[in-house]
Design a binder for this molecule. Sequence first.
Ligand code: GDP
Ligand code: MN
Length: 378
Amino acid sequence: MKLHEYQSKQIFAKYGIPIPKGRVAATASEARAIAEELGGRVVIKSQVLVGGRGKAGGIKLAKNPQEAEELATQILGIEIKGLPVRKVLVDEAANISKEIYLGITNDRAARKPVMMCSAAGGVEIEEVARQTPEKIIKIHIDPLLGLRDYQARNIAAAIDLPRDHWRTFSVIANGLWLAYCDCDATLAEINPLVITGDNHLLALDGKMLIDDNALFRHSDLAEMRDLDAEVTSEIEARKYGLSFIKLDGSIGCMVNGAGLAMTTMDIIKLFGGEPANFLDIGGGAGSDKVAAAMRIILADANVKAVLFNIFGGITRCDEVARGVLAAMEDVKPKVPMVVRLVGTNAEEGRKLLANANMITAETLADAAKKAVAAAKGG
Ligand code: GDP
Ligand code: MN
């Protein structure tokens, strides 16, 4: 789950990271009021969950409250990369003398968090990573020891940060690390972290990704979820406790178990097809859940065939069959459906589906071949 800039920066501030004064506004007149409160120049920043807002015209400097109101009106009316701007952050404008990148993410290969830093921060950081990766310093953090002070100093030295900023930089780096851990983040990033005209370090932007699987222990963060940035089918699936990810292929997949779901997708590809989704209906899914999953899969216009791969264990095949039948009455699917049921109560399940006009398969390979052929109109 992604957090907005203003949400990330509020978290950063709790960890001692200096951020500009400012507040978020949903209307242009609110933006004006905040600008009046702050006095002086402000920056109006669209709060949408995509990167590159600056380049897309979603970040503008205003000289006075009047201009703040005008720019807020403008920005609140646009879409950035398909997302509507519903809020703007009105921050005290900073004079920038240098832009630094500082971020933490998981390095899966190293099985450790990694802190990344570059003196070439700002809106071109992706370009820097591509063209001159050596300009990005990386330091792995031992999760048991945490970020050590010498590591923060090594980073400061490596990016040629002037000495007088080292102490604050350590506080910021450590704050970012603690925020990353405490929030169960998979990314915590400040880009740019600037040296201001009056020679202070200040986090001008903030970005955090929170691990969805940890949200059960962060109800405060879970509430921050912005549904604008999410695919409708995924929101719907979450309501029913389904693990669902929308993909671009033409074969809908209904599977129990994450590993089996991945295998099913692989086998579809092996036989020349493309999965339309990842779906794990979970262990012990009842007919309600199955029906919901069916509706979600069939709502996708790209879906030309559906493959059911159910390995009955805790999940009973007859339960799944009942869910399928319930959903079929509801949605009247027009696409062919291939079903492979094995395990607990498979026989009962097959009997239930016998009259439902479904293509049956004995093995997974057989099922995948049939689904690929069906999707291609064969
Ligand atoms: P992003 O484009 O979505 O990453 O949004 P950022 O918040 O990083 O802003 C993009 C760029 O706008 C920054 O790299 C800065 O160069 C500039 N910017 C943001 N805030 C200020 C500010 O307060 N003053 C000035 N002068 N520039 C700013
Ligand atoms: Mn940025």
